[in-house]
Design a protein around this ligand. Structure first.
Ligand code: HEC
Ligand code: HEC
Ligand code: HEC
Ligand code: HEC
Length: 138
């Protein structure tokens, strides 16, 4: 993530499914209630009308870790990262998962600034939308 609170971490993404076994309620709530859980689909349905460059712009916000090492590449290559998943807020989760849940290896505390690179002022104005820290998650 863009903030400084992620500790030394390989920065690899794993996708939200990998969190489900240990964080069942967060995962269920996210899948049921968060629009992020369908954000890849929002882009996919419009993909035929978009250039490659336009599509790549969408992926920055609508997918997980696009343009970053170990992040989303394409719907075919990395379907597990096609939505804006847990890791867009909590940061890359590979090391946390591999360690069996070391809380030093995941971003637990969040601030509104963690939301603003996707919920940016233009986008917020366009949708008349103000993100709340506890909105859009679980
Ligand atoms: C990587 C980009 C990204 C980040 C970071 C991000 N969001 Fe979102 N968020 C989205 C996208 C994309 C949607 C819309 C998904 C769709 O409808 O296709 C969304 C939707 C939402 C919604 C709409 C309501 C709902 O039920 O989902 C809320 C509220 C929200 N986000 C809050 C937040 C908050 C709070 C943060 C920070 C803690 C945050 N978001 C961080 C991309 C992001
Ligand atoms: C800067 C981040 C950002 C970029 C870039 C972006 N989006 Fe979004 N998009 C969002 C957010 C945030 C929302 C949710 C707004 C809300 O719920 O008020 C959203 C909502 C949507 C929705 C509405 C979904 C719904 O539930 O109604 C669609 C469709 C969509 N985006 C498609 C796209 C496409 C296609 C692109 C690329 C051309 C794109 N977006 C680029 C952040 C982004
Ligand atoms: C839109 C951003 C966002 C997304 C997406 C998100 N979370 Fe969170 N998560 C938060 C916020 C905000 C907190 C509360 C942090 C705090 O207390 O400061 C939190 C807290 C947590 C906690 C700590 C315990 C708790 O519930 O307070 C866990 C575990 C967690 N999230 C797991 C997940 C998992 C698993 C997913 C995906 C299925 C996920 N999160 C997706 C924002 C998000
Ligand atoms: C093998 C089990 C396991 C998996 C898989 C797992 N976690 Fe965790 N997670 C834990 C445990 C255990 C804790 C520590 C709980 C505690 O200290 O109360 C934790 C804590 C957290 C916290 C809170 C950190 C803090 O600072 O308090 C967040 C956020 C979180 N996990 C998110 C995720 C996300 C996102 C994923 C998927 C990428 C994930 N977890 C996958 C076991 C797991």
């Amino acid at each position: 993530m863009m903030t400084s609170t992620v500790r030394s971490n390989s920065g690899q993404y794993v996708g939200s499914e990998a969190c489900a076994d240990c964080h069942e309620s967060e995962y269920e709530n996210y899948k049921k209630f968060s629009k992020k859980a369908k954000s890849g689909h929002s882009v996919k349905v419009m993909a035929n009308d978009l250039t490659k460059a336009e599509l790549e712009e969408c992926f920055v916000c609508h997918a997980t870790g696009f343009g970053k090492p170990g992040g989303f590449v394409s719907f075919e290559a990395t379907p597990e990262l096609a939505d804006a998943g847990c890791e867009v807020c909590h940061g890359p989760g590979y090391d946390h998962v591999e360690s069996g849940g070391d809380s030093e290896l995941i971003q637990g505390k969040l601030q509104v600034s963690d939301c603003e690179h996707c919920h940016n002022p233009d986008r917020v104005a366009a949708f008349d939308f103000k993100p709340l820290l506890y909105g859009g998650a679980h």
